[in-house]
Design a protein around this ligand. Sequence first.
Ligand SMILES: C=C(CC[C@@H](C)[C@H]1CC[C@H]2C3=CC[C@H]4[C@H](C)[C@@H](O)CC[C@]4(C)[C@H]3CC[C@]12C)C(C)C
Ligand SMILES: C[S@@+](CC[C@H](N)C(=O)[O-])C[C@H]1O[C@@H](n2cnc3c(N)ncnc32)[C@H](O)[C@@H]1O
Length: 364
Amino acid sequence: MEPATMAWTLAAAGFALVYWFVWVMGAAEVQGKRAVDLQMGSIAGDKVGDKYSQYWSFFRSPKETAAAATADKVPAFVDTFYNLVTDIYEWGWGQSFHFSPSLPGRSHRDATRVHEERVADLLEARPGKRLFDVGCGVGGPMRAIAAHSGSKVVGITINEYQVNRARAHNRKAGLDAQCEVVCGNFMAMPFPDASFDGAYSIEATCHAPRLQDVYGEVFRVLKPGGLYVSYEWVTTPLYRADDPEHVEVIQGIERGDALPGLRRQDEIAAVAKEVGFDVVKELDLALPPSHPWWTRLKMGRLSYWRNSLVIRALTLLRVAPKGVSEVHEMLFETAQHLTRGGETGIFSPMHMVLLRKPEPAAAE
Ligand SMILES: C=C(CC[C@@H](C)[C@H]1CC[C@H]2C3=CC[C@H]4[C@H](C)[C@@H](O)CC[C@]4(C)[C@H]3CC[C@]12C)C(C)C
Ligand SMILES: C[S@@+](CC[C@H](N)C(=O)[O-])C[C@H]1O[C@@H](n2cnc3c(N)ncnc32)[C@H](O)[C@@H]1O
């Protein structure tokens, strides 16, 4: 072969390889976004490093001081976190930012949908009902629940970038007449009293420093008789505060997931009752006969390695902003802690409570 032909052949093969690796392999999730579209939410490219350090500074002060002094700062800290991770989540996980028990022989996408449709069924959702999604992310659950039940769904998220992503996905799915998204704080909701028939939160209220603040607001905006389902992140009764491994795992989960402090499982129903709810049902959906929720995190080592390489390559080519690698590394570590939390049984991301706002007592 002529040297020039050889050079052209090699160049074409190299280009095809890079194309396959970055554009094809890099699109880790069919439903997610492509690696080349990774941004850092609404953070300007040159500010990613600063925002990432700002995120970590939240954990520098001793926990007690942090809890007392920084509760007001939590929404801004959570907003920064989601600017940093939203695109990586969508790319590597999909449009639903939560776990679900795995279903043998079925895909992650199926298992996710089943876990979401369970919410709609528990709420007895149907056409004509108006539901509230507390901490809606980019709207994966909202679209599944609207499509499954025919209800209208209004979601709230603190992160403006997610609002725009969710609205775009709603339009693309042809569900924008049924699904609405607003930017706001679920601890001070921009909705009138008694304006929803039902409400749900999927792995979102763990970001609230005081659960009373968000449950109190859900109680206020629900109509009397309305149901509320929540999937909560909790430590289980197997957690021992005197076991260094347990402490390391739980603190690792808090650091890598923007949590002001994980709650104990028994705190959830107690808070619900304190704000006025009746507890209809309470169940840890992670317990057997459910299959592990962490299988996908654990089995994906090869994908993490591939993703990490893709991100490094894109940062080098300046397609992705500097700092994405650090955020990706943080998520990789978080995945180890979450997996360990699941394997030891000390942590559950799906402690389910079904609550009802009581009807006013009938006049005698
Ligand atoms: C409810 C919350 C988020 C839960 C999960 C959706 C995310 C928790 C950890 C995330 C991930 C960890 C590892 C990433 C991996 C290194 C990367 O290559 C691809 C994306 C990950 C798999 C990413 C995906 C989302 C999570 C599983 C919290 C924040 C309350
Ligand atoms: C892990 S994501 C879950 C999203 C969605 N429930 C899902 O399962 O795809 C948590 C969500 O809670 C939202 N959130 C956290 N704190 C919030 C607050 N104070 N007010 C409104 N939304 C908040 C985040 O912006 C994010 O959308």
